[in-house]
Design a protein around this ligand. Structure first.
Ligand SMILES: Nc1ncnc2c1ncn2[C@@H]1O[C@H](COP(=O)(O)OP(=O)(O)OP(=O)(O)O)[C@@H](O)[C@H]1O
Length: 723
């Protein structure tokens, strides 16, 4: 807490303006007065960076075990020492201090940046309109505005992460050059945390480092520890992210910091965060911002979006880009923004949070509330400090900014930052695909073994089902009259066990979400994910199939031969593998637990109906039920194979002299083939189906999740509505 206090003390002295110095701010605004004797140098346009060819990276001194990221091999980037020194005062050198290298941040400049989004029909498809601004190493630049003002879109445009439906016009410069950010040089943290609850913070970051970075396993430990320290997660490092029955999971603030730490293992020069304070209380928000401020002080360029923040948190920002409906209402230092509002006729009242004031002035949603409360307001005095229609206020602020010295100063700064190219940010090495498959397999194995709802619950349910079906159909004997009942037993066991596999949907869905997040940051790939997933699932599926098959097999009294029994186990294993693929396909498309489960139950019921038990397959109506449903239903091949395995080479006595083959005994009850190799053909079809579903999942991941297709957006849209 001491640390937080000392950092929050600093914020009061942390902002000064290039064009609107603190002297212009009313002295009554006590939050924004510079502390006497503060070490911070005011930033001015004379401080614009000079790119140096010097290969040394500035060093910073940290007390033992300090929370900085050591960047011993970080390549040089522009020396912006003067600007860097502007964000936080460096502490004096304590004795025995550990020398840590600073990260060479990236200078990001955007000029006349416009983003249009296809399909966004309301009013205009221009989501960001001619935005100008810059972010410097060692500083925190915040994109602020009401909901749907284009904050996330601008952030994505700067990071080069817009999806295909968006078009960007204008220029983005990285270190003075018109180029995009390369792999490893930047990190992007999405608004929603996608973490793995069954791993500890340290494990989660370690596996993430293994997926992201090339090199030996032991080398990743130090980057993970650095990321843990940088995000002040030391106390939580060995805690399970999702908790367990006797322990609650990580609080939301710590979860958010873990999401950020994941991006830090790459030691990025720039970090983009969409809403770091999303759903955080005021204490967690302040702790988050102080931690980010500390991270920025190591040299990293931080850009993030914020909807609203407390006064204390607001004071920590270096620069603010205020958006409303895609228009830039202000870009510059935080103090200057207050001055800008004052100049436009909307001074921030004393004791009111600047961010609340800004949003109050430019958020059109307030108009509705004011109208709604008109009568009450008349009786209780005016609770609005902006006595103007919001649309007019926005126009006034926009025009005031356009003609202000702040806008001119930003243009001058942009010109200076882009007139010479600095060192380009090189792409960092990636872990090889083989390493990634091995890491994902191991990680999935760990998750599957720890999350009891993944496979353990299914194992218990399948065992119980085998016991129930086995006892219900026990003592059948091997007479001709038992054929129909035996077919029923096999059908019930296979169909119901496959149906029970649906309990794995939530876990599968989580895996898909983690994949989507990792893939968007290029930490994973479709094939890598599928290989890891399928390899890790093998031992669990085999365990389920062998244990439940054996119970069922012996209780019902199927053929007493090892090879026939092993075929039964193998067939049931393949059946579970196909079903796993089907579950993955549905979960990938629908991305929602309720809809995935409902759809899967419906698919299973339809497949059971067409599997040839309720009505023999050859008698099913041709269109739909026969073609294609009965051919697509994996139940058909599995049950057919199992029955052929059970009755192949058998014969039944009919009367005194006549005998019939197993095939003849069966073919009136279930559609089987007289061919002796048919059971193996059915097994092959099942394995091809398992493969086919994986290929389908790969295509869906590639074209729907990754490319953010219309289908995927439609589904996401519907889910957002559900939320
Ligand atoms: N992929 C997309 N397809 C269609 N419209 C989009 C897409 N992305 C953003 N938009 C639209 O662009 C506008 C700005 O969205 P954006 O997410 O950038 O705003 P925001 O300021 O971050 O808002 P919020 O904080 O509410 O998410 C919104 O009207 C949104 O509906």
């Amino acid at each position: 807490m001491e640390e937080i206090q000392s950092q929050s003390e600093n914020y009061r002295s942390s902002s000064s303006s290039a064009s609107s110095p603190a002297s212009r701010v009313p002295s009554s605004n006590f939050f924004y007065l510079r502390k006497q004797g503060a070490l911070r140098q005011p930033i001015s346009f004379e401080d614009s960076p000079d790119w140096e060819d010097n290969t040394d990276v500035e060093v910073r001194v940290e007390e033992g075990g300090g929370d900085s990221i050591n960047t011993a091999t970080t390549p040089v980037s522009p020396s912006l020492s003067k600007l860097n020194s502007g964000s936080m005062p460096s502490p004096p050198l304590p004795e025995g201090a550990v020398v840590a290298r600073k990260i060479a941040g990236a200078t990001i400049v955007w000029k006349d940046l416009t983003v249009t989004i296809k399909g966004k029909r309301k009013y205009s498809d221009r989501v960001v309109k001619s935005s100008n601004g810059y972010a410097l190493p060692g500083t925190m630049t915040v994109i602020m505005g009401p909901g749907k003002s284009g904050k996330s879109t601008l952030l994505r445009a700067l990071a080069g992460r817009l999806d295909d439906s968006a078009k960007t016009y204008g220029e983005v410069f990285v270190n003075g050059a018109k180029s995009s950010l390369q792999y490893g040089s930047y990190g992007f943290v999405e608004r929603k945390n996608t973490l793995i609850g069954s791993l500890t913070v340290r494990e989660f970051l370690y596996y993430s480092a293994l997926l992201q970075l090339p090199g030996f396993f032991y080398q990743k430990k130090s980057v993970v520890e650095d990321a843990i320290h940088a995000m002040s997660l030391g106390d939580y490092a060995n805690k399970l992210i999702g908790g367990h029955c006797y322990m609650k999971g990580l609080p939301s603030g710590e979860r958010r910091r873990v999401s950020i730490a994941r991006e830090l293992v790459m030691r990025p020069q720039a970090l983009f965060i969409d809403e770091p304070l999303y759903h955080l209380d005021s204490v967690s928000a302040l702790l988050m911002m102080v931690t980010l401020k500390k991270l920025a002080s190591t040299g990293c360029t931080l850009i993030f979006t914020i909807y609203q923040s407390s006064t204390e948190v607001f004071g920590l920002y270096d620069r603010i880009c205020l958006l409303s409906n895609g228009n830039t209402l202000f870009f510059g230092e935080t103090l200057a923004c207050l001055q800008h509002f004052s100049n436009a006729g909307f001074p921030c009242p004393i004791m009111q949070s600047p961010s609340d004031h800004f949003l109050r002035a430019i958020n059109t949603d307030f108009d509705r509330i004011i109208t709604m409360c008109k009568t009450w307001q008349d009786d209780n005095g005016d609770f609005s400090n902006v006595n103007m229609d919001t649309a007019v206020a926005i126009r006034t602020l926009e025009e005031t900014y356009r003609s202000s010295a702040d806008a001119a100063a930003v243009e001058t700064m942009i010109h200076r930052l882009t007139e010479r190219e600095g060192p380009s940010l090189k792409s960092k090495g990636k872990a090889s695909s083989a390493t990634r498959i091995a890491v994902l397999t191991w990680r999935s194995l760990l998750i599957m073994s720890r999350e009891w709802k993944y496979y353990w619950l299914r194992l218990i349910l399948c065992m119980l089902l085998a016991l129930c079906v086995g006892t219900a159909f026990s003592g059948l004997g091997h007479s001709l009259s038992s054929v129909g009942t035996r077919v029923a037993a096999i059908f019930v066991f296979v169909s119901f066990a496959s149906l029970l596999s649906i309990v794995g949907v939530p876990a599968q869905l989580k895996e898909v979400k983690v994949y989507a997040c990792e893939d968007s940051n290029q930490h994973s790939g479709g094939i890598v994910f599928l290989m890891g997933q399928i390899l890790a699932s093998f031992p669990f599926l085999f365990l389920i199939s062998i244990s439940s098959s054996l119970v069922f097999y012996f209780l019902v009294g199927l053929r007493n031969d090892f090879s026939f029994m092993m075929y039964f186990v193998l067939n049931f294993f393949m059946c579970l593998l196909v079903n796993e693929g089907l579950v993955l396909v549905v979960a990938t498309i629908l991305q929602d637990i309720f809809w995935s489960i409902s759809t899967l139950i419906f698919i299973h019921v339809v497949m059971m109906l067409s599997a040839g038990y309720f009505r023999i397959r050859s008698a099913l109506p041709g269109p739909v039920w026969m073609y294609p449903v009965s051919y697509v239903a994996f139940h058909t091949y599995s049950i057919q194979g199992l029955l052929e395995n059970e009755y192949d080479g058998t014969s039944f006595a009919v009367g005194q002299v006549r005998t019939i083959t197993g095939y003849q005994a069966l073919h009136n009850v279930y559609d089987v083939s007289p061919d002796v190799n048919s059971k193996w053909r059915n097994l092959l079809i099942l394995s091809l189906m398992a493969l086919g579903y994986r290929v389908l999942v790969f295509l869906l991941l590639h074209f729907c999740v990754k490319k953010n297709s219309y289908l995927f957006r439609f589904v996401c849209c519907r889910l957002r509505m559900n939320e």
